[in-house]
Design a protein around this ligand. Structure first.
Ligand code: FES
Length: 198
C-alpha cells in the first residue's frame, strides 16, 4: 500500500531517564506508547518493573510484550478479574509501602485521571514521575489549541512541547476541565473568552 499522507515528527522526543529502577505504569491504551520506552530502558540495562492497570481483564493490551521487558510485571484490575484487585495507585502503595520496593522513577501513561492520582501519590512518595499528555491532544499539529496545559508556571502545548512532562508540575485539574470544555462548541467559545486566541 502506498503511504499518501504523513505528518511529523511532532512534539519533542522522549527523554529516556536511565534511572536505577524504573516502574512503568500503563493504563488502557497507554501501554502502547509506554512499551517502546521501557523496552529501550531494559535494553540499556535499567531495572524495569511494570504495572498494567485496567478496569477488567478483557481490555488489557500488550501484556506479553510487557512481560518480556519487565523484571516484575504487576497486573491490577479494578474488578479483580485478573491480578491484584485495585487500581494502579493501590498497586504502587502495596509495592512501596508494604513490600518496601524502591523506585527512582515512574513513567505513567494512561487516562488523565490515572496519571493525576499516580502523580499525586508519587509526589508524596518522592519519586520523580513522567506523564504523557497525549489524551488531551486533538489535531496533534499545534493548530487547534486543545492540548494547552499548565506545567508549573508555564503554559505548554502537549503536541508541541510534549507529550511528556514532569507529572508533579502538571495542572491536571485544569487540563481535565479544558478537555471537557473542548468537546463542545460552547466550551470552546468559553475557553477562547477566558484565554484569548491561543
Ligand atoms: Fe491541537 Fe496540540 S493537539 S494544538
Amino acid at each position: 500500500d502506498e503511504l499518501t499522507d504523513f505528518v511529523g515528527p511532532l512534539g519533542v522526543p522522549t527523554v529516556l531517564h536511565e534511572a536505577k529502577h524504573v516502574i512503568g505504569v500503563a493504563g488502557g491504551v497507554g501501554s502502547a506508547p509506554l512499551f517502546p520506552q521501557l523496552r529501550e530502558l531494559a535494553n540499556r540495562g535499567v531495572d524495569v518493573d511494570v504495572i498494567i492497570g485496567a478496569r477488567t481483564k478483557d481490555i488489557m493490551i500488550l501484556e506479553n510484550e510487557m512481560r518480556e521487558v519487565a523484571g516484575n510485571l504487576y497486573i491490577a484490575t479494578d474488578d479483580g478479574s485478573y491480578g491484584f484487585k485495585g487500581n494502579a495507585c493501590d498497586q504502587i502503595n502495596e509495592l512501596v509501602k508494604n513490600l518496601n520496593k524502591t523506585y527512582t522513577r515512574v513513567v505513567a501513561i494512561g487516562p488523565m485521571i490515572m496519571m493525576k492520582f499516580v502523580a499525586m501519590l508519587t509526589k508524596e512518595l518522592n519519586i520523580p514521575t513522567i506523564v504523557s499528555m497525549n489524551p488531551i491532544m486533538v489535531d496533534g499539529t499545534g493548530m487547534c489549541g486543545a492540548c494547552r496545559l499548565k506545567v508549573g508556571d508555564e503554559i505548554k502545548f502537549a503536541c508541541v512541547d510534549g507529550p511528556e512532562f514532569d507529572g508533579h508540575l502538571v495542572d491536571f485539574d485544569q487540563a481535565m476541565r479544558r478537555q471537557r470544555m473542548y468537546k463542545t462548541e460552547e466550551g470552546r467559545a468559553m475557553l477562547k473568552l477566558e484565554e484569548g486566541d491561543t
